[in-house]
Unconditional design. Structure first.
Length: 316
């Protein structure tokens, strides 16, 4: 655990760029998912940790937008310019979300916030190596430097091992935050080095996001009829690991809907026609594909192989 910082004031240096504050609405839009009533318990846990923040914090559960917004909220809580936020008597207070520090953190314009965004693709070892030159420095304007690995399941094996080596050495005035759907998607050695805060799990049976429905329909049609899928993936040459994980989750959700007796979509209907033994093989296939994406196998290759093997299982 990091040393207590109660009462410590942030440095007062300001550059010309710092005077140009982002709009309050832009910042508050970024924080909005973290402010829902459903996340009051995780926020309460973070408020209790703010005087002695762990070097590494894991945020699991919820949706990706909830996890990343709460990571930004945590960064704002640690660095809010409102002096009352760090008073022990103000244990129920959150960040003000309107001071210079909060606004900049909300829109990723703060010099002491580093965001490695796995939502945009895999987090590579060069991204991690770039941290080493700054970790020995004190934060420029804040009490704490915060490094967020958003959707850290996108860490490549080399990048994850490199981060593990970074965490083996004390990093004064630096807090790491990893967000992931489940802690099991990360290296166990990384999970063991941090605190885990679990957000409420998504409601079972919730409809797919609108942008994922064409993929669910295409996969269901291919598994059933053996056509259409390869044309769709061929048109997506820019397919990255983050998008592939979302498509894999379509299959996992369809399997869960099938097993729970929920109606689901076209793919769940295909699964309902398959015997129990085949459904066990489908589950094992999804785990295998997840491991392949984690090992940075080509996302298109993983998805096309998954679709072909699901079609074979359905035909049998």
């Amino acid at each position: 655990m990091a040393a207590a910082k109660e009462g410590r004031k942030a440095p007062s240096r300001k550059s010309a760029a710092e005077e140009q504050l982002p709009g309050i609405e832009d910042a508050r839009t970024a924080f909005a998912p973290a402010l829902s009533g459903a996340l009051e318990r995780p926020r309460s846990m973070l408020r209790a940790l703010r005087f002695r923040p762990p070097q590494l914090l894991h945020l699991e559960g919820g949706e990706a937008a909830d996890r990343v917004a709460l990571a930004l909220w945590w960064a704002a809580l640690l660095n809010c310019d409102d002096p009352e936020v760090m008073e022990p008597r103000a244990s129920a207070m959150g960040p003000c979300l309107s001071c210079s520090s909060c606004l900049r953190l909300g829109v990723n314009m703060h010099p002491d916030l580093i965001l490695l965004d796995g939502r945009e693709g895999s987090i590579k070892i060069d991204d991690v190596r770039g941290l080493r030159s700054i970790l020995g420095e004190k934060p420029h304007f804040s009490r704490w430097r915060v490094i967020i690995a958003a959707e850290a399941q996108a860490l490549g094996i080399e990048a994850a091992n490199s981060l593990l080596k970074v965490l083996e050495d004390p990093c004064p005035d630096t807090c790491f935050v990893f967000t992931a759907p489940q802690r099991e998607r990360l290296l166990p050695t990384l999970v063991s080095r941090g605190w885990v805060v679990t957000l409420p799990w998504p409601e079972a049976g919730r409809p797919l996001a609108e942008e994922l429905r064409p993929w669910e329909q295409a996969l269901g049609r291919f598994v059933s009829e053996g056509r259409g899928w390869l044309d769709m993936t061929a048109a997506r040459n820019g397919m990255d690991a983050a998008k592939a994980h979302q498509i894999l989750l379509i299959g996992q959700k369809a399997l869960a809907d099938c097993l729970a007796g929920r109606e689901g979509g076209m793919l769940a209907a295909v699964f309902r026609r398959m015997p129990a033994q085949a459904l066990m093989q489908v589950d094992e296939l999804f785990v295998e594909c997840q491991d392949q994406l984690q090992a940075q196998v080509s996302p298109l290759l993983v998805l096309d192989s998954m679709a072909a093997r699901l079609h074979i299982l359905a035909r049998r």
